[in-house]
Design a protein around this ligand. Structure first.
Ligand code: ADP
Length: 378
């Protein structure tokens, strides 16, 4: 590991260490720069999305001694992915390192079975942990790997005992959930500081395709004002109950007026990307404020609607040239490139449009997303 940046002694601004250097770390750079907060990333590779643009060290996040060397150079440490072993986070805490979210909260975003147990008093799909297919009598059900899944990987709709057995052959134990025939999926983003101050953005509708979120609409349109308020209340209560510090996404299903907690992500989240342009305080700035125990910023929206579209890798490899067409067509569109290698289906960037005309915003976001992915060519 090498460390390339020495701070002058007169610099009284804190240094935030981020374990992980993907696009979330990359998007944290702009607000950190604006606030004068130093960022130091713990990257897997010097070409990682965030490592391309800010100070970083390269190391193995499963190696406690490497992570400790890194953490000792920072005032506070946070994460941008959920893969760091809990033992490493506990190891940092044991050495007196300030780590947010703390391991006592982080476990609930890493371990779906522990999360279900902790949130047993909140509305959620019925669930059980199994290691034997005979334990499930009725199908269909949803089966989930207890940890390590993302973007629908590690989640299966299971129609038969034979299918369940096949999954158990490579993934065991499994979390089995009732299949909720939901009307819509939402995410409520919250932020909480060590002080206990907490804020919530408006609920976000997340539009999924093949297990991947392709678009978000804020505020969520398919739910009533009463359900929206209830969802925000639930998310804030959960933030308090698990003791999260930083930003957290509470993913929920909505069926009629009923809410079901799906899962927690304790970091800035794809469903909150709209907040960069659509909110007074973006999720990335709010995360920094929260982990630094600064007063939180306003989560109010700057516009009536904010629509975000994920750009997934397709045939095109040149992501710069599409600007010519798209910027000319939609001058109000905001672009974010993660500068990751283009691979089919991989999230490589996103676009956001904010304004009053939801239909127009949605059309322009869809068009830009499809044009960049190469699904359409004009
Ligand atoms: P990931 O960790 O990949 O984000 P999720 O738990 O969010 O996994 O599940 C991915 C998707 O699978 C959800 O967005 C939802 O569409 C579907 N899903 C998950 N759990 C259920 C369930 N209990 N009932 C119905 N659909 C579900």
């Amino acid at each position: 590991m090498s460390f390339i940046y020495d701070r002058p002694v007169s610099n009284r601004f804190p240094r935030v260490g981020v374990i992980g250097a993907g696009q979330l770390a990359r998007m944290m750079v702009a607000p950190a720069t604006a606030l004068g907060v130093d960022l130091l990333l713990f990257a897997q590779d010097t070409h990682d999305s965030g490592a391309q643009i800010t100070h970083h060290v390269v190391g193995d996040y499963t190696n406690l001694s490497q992570v400790l060397d890194f953490a000792r150079q920072c005032d506070v440490v946070t994460f941008e992915h959920e893969l760091i072993p809990l033992s490493v986070i506990k190891g940092l805490e044991a050495e007196g390192i300030k780590v947010y979210p703390p391991s006592s909260a982080f476990v609930f975003s890493q371990d779906k079975a522990a999360m279900r147990e902790k949130l047993a008093s909140y509305p959620a799909p019925d669930s059980q942990v199994i290691s034997n297919s005979a334990e499930v009598k009725e199908f269909p059900v949803i089966a989930k790997s207890i940890s390590g899944g993302y973007d629908g990987r590690g989640v299966w709709k299971v129609d038969s005992s034979a299918q369940l057995e096949e999954i158990l052959n490579h993934t065991t134990p499994l979390l089995i959930e009732e299949l909720v025939p939901f009307d819509t999926e939402i995410s409520v983003m919250v932020a909480r500081s060590p002080h206990g101050q907490a804020t919530s953005w408006a609920p976000i509708e997340t539009v999924q395709q093949d297990g991947i979120c392709i678009m978000t609409i804020t505020p969520a349109q398919k739910i009533s004002a009463v359900v929206a308020e209830e969802a925000q209340k639930l998310a804030l209560e959960i933030a308090q109950s698990v003791g999260v510090v930083g930003v957290m996404a509470v993913e929920m299903f909505v069926k009629g007026d009923q809410l079901f907690i799906n899962e927690l992500a304790m970091r800035p989240h794809n469903s909150g990307h709209w907040s960069i342009e659509g909110s007074v305080t973006s999720q990335f700035e709010q995360h920094l404020r929260a982990i630094l125990d600064l007063p939180l910023g306003s989560p109010a929206m700057n516009h009536k609607f904010a629509v975000m579209g994920n750009v997934l890798g397709g045939e095109k490899t040149d992501m710069y040239r599409p600007y010519l067409h798209l910027m000319a067509r939609t001058p109000t569109l905001h672009f974010h490139q993660y500068k990751k290698d283009v691979r089919p289906g991989r999230k490589i960037g996103h676009v956001t449009a904010c304004g009053d005309d939801l239909l127009h915003l949605t059309q322009e976001v869809q068009h830009a997303r499809d044009y960049m992915s190469g699904v359409i060519d004009e």
